[in-house]
Design a protein around this ligand. Structure first.
Ligand code: F6R
Length: 364
């Protein structure tokens, strides 16, 4: 039941501090120094490549994971949406590990992609929320995300638990491939284990986010920008907004702004910038200035140092707690979800059952 919340989506957003701890408990050792469980069982040391396949929000989780696998494990990663992957009939080999990510475990295109790839690859693993689903049954190895039932059509807590599971896999891959030592693993695992606390703190910013959502709700179009692993978060933020509020939104890599989308910027088109103060921050600030110079209004989601360095000129600044840059794409999902939720709720939309959408897409 929804309890104190008006919608299942809100309930599920606010469950993230709790259910993230379930995934962390499953994939991290008790001392919080190492990855354990199925995440550590995948032979990434015998692989030349990981192929990550999913649809929608689960695909964006794979897109974030690509940055992690490449950086932490020096493993080349290919990502694709399942509907493209299967019909492309991409060359696969015994030196590929394929990973299929699906909340429901029943998405027809993802299931078909698994069936296509499994006979050709070293291992076909599934990352699922429903352990008795078709995708879990047909994979060589099923990895639970332990988010509990997700009722709202817009995926929220499943996304962050998919990310935690994929992060654990990337760390384990780094260890198996000799790209990370035990100390580096312990640092990354320690950063992940902070998430329940950080998420609870991020959710305390809900009133500020609701105020920013009032502005978003008036717009016809919204741009989302992010760099590096925050780029897929921009895509996910835009997807969340369009699917439940029906406001047109686009996510872009910040550096792509001047290659086209900047033509859309005007005072009526808000730009949401998702940027913790990391190594790429200064570049994102110059992208923000380009938007502001054209009369564009900015909602900046950042941390204290980012607000200090770039807050001037942004119409709204949403301050996230300080975190290790490794976990920022997980933490920053929460304000993106809340922004979409509040915009849709303010517009009186049917948040849990948006028009034209089904929770599980079992036709191709
Ligand atoms: C977006 C959303 C969809 C699903 C997609 C895949 O909020 O819910 O984009 O992520 O349909 O569904 P699963 O993960 O069940 O395969």
């Amino acid at each position: 039941e929804k309890g104190e919340h008006k919608h299942f989506m809100a309930k599920e957003i606010f469950e993230q501090p709790t259910v993230s701890a379930y995934a962390l408990g499953h994939y991290l050792n008790a001392e919080r120094t190492a990855v354990r469980g199925e995440a550590a069982d995948i032979p990434f040391d015998e692989a030349d490549r990981a192929v990550l396949v999913a649809c929608g929000t689960a695909h964006y989780a794979c897109h974030v994971a690509k940055y992690w696998f490449e950086r932490l494990a020096r493993l080349p990663v290919e990502i694709d949406v399942a509907s493209e992957f299967r019909y492309r009939e991409p060359p696969l080999s015994r030196r590929d590990v394929a990973v299929f990510v699906s909340q429901s475990g029943e998405t027809a295109d993802t299931l078909a992609a698994l069936r296509h790839a499994r006979p050709q690859v070293r291992m076909a693993a599934a990352v699922v929320n429903v352990p008795e689903s078709s995708i879990a049954r047909e994979a060589d190895l099923a990895m639970p995300i332990l988010a509990g039932p997700e009722i709202g059509v817009a995926s929220t807590k499943a996304f962050t638990n998919q990310l935690i599971t994929l992060a654990a896999m990337a760390i384990a891959a780094g260890r198996r491939r000799g790209a990370l030592d035990a100390e580096a693993e312990a640092r990354l695992v320690g950063a992940l284990s902070e998430l329940p606390r950080l998420m609870a703190e991020a959710l305390r910013r809900a009133p500020e986010i609701e105020a920013a959502a009032a502005r978003i709700a008036q717009a016809r179009d919204v741009l989302y920008l992010g760099r590096g692993p925050m780029y897929p978060l921009a895509l996910e933020g835009a997807l969340k907004l369009k699917e439940i509020s029906y406001i047109h939104a686009e996510g872009y890599a910040s550096g792509e702004l001047k290659h086209g989308p900047i033509a859309l910027v005007d005072p009526q088109t808000p730009t949401v910038v998702m940027a913790p103060r990391d190594a790429l921050f200064d570049k994102t600030v110059s992208n923000m200035q380009e938007v502001m110079a054209r009369g564009g209004r900015i909602v900046l989601i950042t941390d204290a140092a980012g607000a200090e360095a770039a807050g001037e000129g942004a119409e709204r600044v949403i301050r996230m707690p300080d975190c290790d840059p490794f976990v920022a794409p997980i933490l920053y999902a929460l304000p993106a979800q809340l922004l979409a939720y509040h915009a849709a709720a303010l517009l009186g939309k049917d948040v849990d059952q948006p028009r034209n959408l089904a929770k599980s897409v079992t036709v191709e």
